[in-house]
Design a protein around this ligand. Structure first.
Ligand SMILES: Nc1ncnc2c1ncn2[C@@H]1O[C@H](COP(=O)(O)OP(=O)(O)OP(=O)(O)O)[C@@H](O)[C@H]1O
Length: 553
């Protein structure tokens, strides 16, 4: 077991031990109360004053126990949250789980919220409720014994016989509390469903707001404020409607529990009547019975009082386990990739299907020799990007085998990712910013006509917003120049460029990456001259065809 886990378990054991101690101090206070009030009402002033120093000392210890327990719980909660989040992040960021969650057959909504919020909520709720439950059980056990012992037996005369009911105070308390709890459960149950729905509606609103942030420019161009307002208003109205149910159900549940709490002492008084009639009750004894009664009642009622919180925890755990299941669910792997240590790319009997099994395209056996440059063409929707996804291991629907140097291949999509930070970070992605020296970065940027940005390499700015789509595509091409892959796949990676810049980028790629195998998905006919072969796929080409072998480059 890791040191982190040991530390966590030690903290947990410490908290549980403090919880036992805290119950024991409460038991001690009960006994002390009885002795003190008996002396108090017997006017034994000196005895009362003599008992106070011990009382103060035990208060000191009991407060210390309580605050230390809270402190340790907070530390454990944070450690557990960090540990859980690290585990989830590792899973989320491995085997393309983040991609599968968005594009797989089963999607998980708002993964960001699950990792950031649900995990934090889960640790807080699970610890609080778990420790409270332990405390409730310990309290129940300790005070049940007290109530059973000091309550004594009740003798009921019945047809000339005396029936003895042992521990009648305890049994009476349990019966009354369970009855009240059943009534409360009946009134509280709809609140659980309403709370669950509320979380969903809140998440919808958050996701809607996030959509606006992500697509602010597109929405602004369309002047979509009214449409967005209407969409968010719908979410808000769901929240408002459900909120009314939450408030109504809360009112009902609170009323019932408040009424029971207010009248609980009457039940105790009624239970104590036989003792009172037998003159077997002193104020000290009453005070001790009252304290034990309250503790037993509260701990029995704990599960009902926390019914909604337990339901919240259950729904969080449900969401997290669903998320975990989908994360662990691998892509359908009908298409197999094989690592080979050459620059060749070989496709064997490839069939690309949609997730529902309908065919998109098929390519019979084909070998692209190392250093060759191929263009993949075909009408929109023919399956060009899907072919590249299969090459990248992101598409498994279909069958066939792909052989190439997976470890030294690079993929440039149409929209390249720009991480936040400096331009050097964006340029070096996915490697660390220090991997390439200044002159190498400068040469790469200049080669793709981004020379003016060389001086700003270390500027931390919102580069995705500053760089135009065409500049971002050129920056991505510069990444390839720096990374020097053996095989480069481009999926409309120059679609946003004018002819002149597109020519510049392809000139740079073919010159700097001489010897690399380049496979481009592109619509621009002008790009044909940079490729020796073209592979057409689509409905007009049931099998892929080599439509030209002329060396035009
Ligand atoms: N996740 C998906 N679920 C279902 N169908 C999909 C999915 N992704 C792609 N498709 C379908 O697969 C087909 C091929 O899509 P693909 O993106 O590969 O086309 P393309 O040839 O690259 O088109 P374009 O030239 O317009 O970029 C399309 O009919 C598309 O609707």
């Amino acid at each position: 077991m890791s040191e982190e886990k040991w530390q966590g378990l030690t903290l947990l054991a410490g908290i549980v031990a403090l919880s036992f101690l805290s119950v024991q101090t409460a038991v001690w206070f009960g006994k002390w109360d009885q002795r003190f009030f008996d002396a108090f009402f017997a006017f034994k002033v000196a005895e009362c004053i003599g008992m106070l120093p011990v009382y103060v000392a035990v208060i000191f210890v009991s407060v210390g126990i309580h605050v230390t327990q809270t402190y340790m719980t907070q530390i454990l909660s944070m450690r557990w949250r960090l540990w859980n989040t690290r585990v989830y992040l590792r899973q989320y960021l491995s085997h393309e789980a983040y991609y599968r969650l968005e594009h797989g057959l089963e999607k998980a909504d708002n993964p960001d919220q699950r990792i950031a919020d649900d995990l934090s909520q889960m640790t807080i709720w699970a610890l609080r409720l778990g420790l409270d439950a332990i405390q409730a059980v310990t309290t129940l056990l300790s005070f049940s014994v007290v109530l059973w012992e000091i309550g004594g037996a009740l003798t009921i005369p019945f047809r000339g016989h005396d029936i003895h009911v042992p521990g009648y105070l305890f049994l009476g308390t349990v019966a009354a509390t369970l009855l009240a709890s059943l009534i409360l459960e009946k009134f509280g149950a709809p609140l659980v469903d309403a709370d669950y729905r509320q979380q969903h509606f809140d998440a919808d609103l958050r996701a809607g707001l996030l959509d606006i942030r992500r697509n602010s420019e597109q929405i602004a161009f369309y002047g979509g404020e009214d449409a967005e307002n209407a969409r968010l208003s719908t979410y808000l109205s769901h929240i408002a409607t459900n909120w009314r149910s939450v408030v109504t159900y809360t009112w009902r549940a609170n009323f019932v529990s408040g009424f029971f709490n207010g009248t609980a002492t009457i039940i105790l008084w009624l239970l104590l009547m036989p003792k009172l009639m037998a003159h077997a009750l002193t104020f000290g004894l009453y005070s001790r019975i009252n304290a034990a009664f309250m503790q037993v009642r509260r701990s029995l009622q704990w599960f009902i009082d926390n019914y909604t919180d337990l339901a919240t925890l259950r729904s969080i755990l449900q969401r997290l386990s669903e998320f975990e299941r989908i994360m662990a669910h691998p892509f359908q792997k009908g298409i197999t990739r094989h690592q080979v240590d050459t620059r060749d790319v070989e496709i064997r009997d490839l069939v690309l299907n949609r997730p529902d099994g309908t065919p998109i395209a098929s390519i019979a056996s084909l070998v692209i020799r190392g250093g060759e440059r191929w263009m993949i063409v075909g009408p929109s929707g023919a399956g060009k990007s899907t072919l590249l996804r299969a090459m990248a291991g992101l598409w498994g629907h279909g069958s066939g085998d792909l052989f190439f140097d997976i470890r030294h291949a690079m993929f440039l999509p149409q929209r390249s990712y720009m991480p936040a930070g400096t331009l050097r970070q964006a340029l070096s992605y996915p490697l660390a910013p220090g991997c390439h020296d200044g002159p190498a970065c400068g040469t790469a940027l200049t080669a793709v006509n981004l020379g003016p940005y060389v001086a700003r390499l270390d500027e931390d700015a919102d580069w995705p917003a500053i760089l135009s789509p065409g500049e971002q595509q050129r920056l991505a091409a510069a990444r390839a120049l720096l990374l020097r892959p053996r095989i480069l796949f481009l999926d409309e990676a120059t679609s946003a460029l004018d002819d002149e810049n597109e020519r510049l980028v392809y000139d740079a790629l073919t010159t700097h990456l001489a010897g690399a195998t380049i496979i481009s998905v592109a619509h621009h006919a002008a790009l044909r001259r940079y490729h020796q072969c073209a592979l057409a796929i689509g409905p007009g080409y049931p099998r892929a065809e080599r439509i030209t072998t002329a060396r035009e480059a």
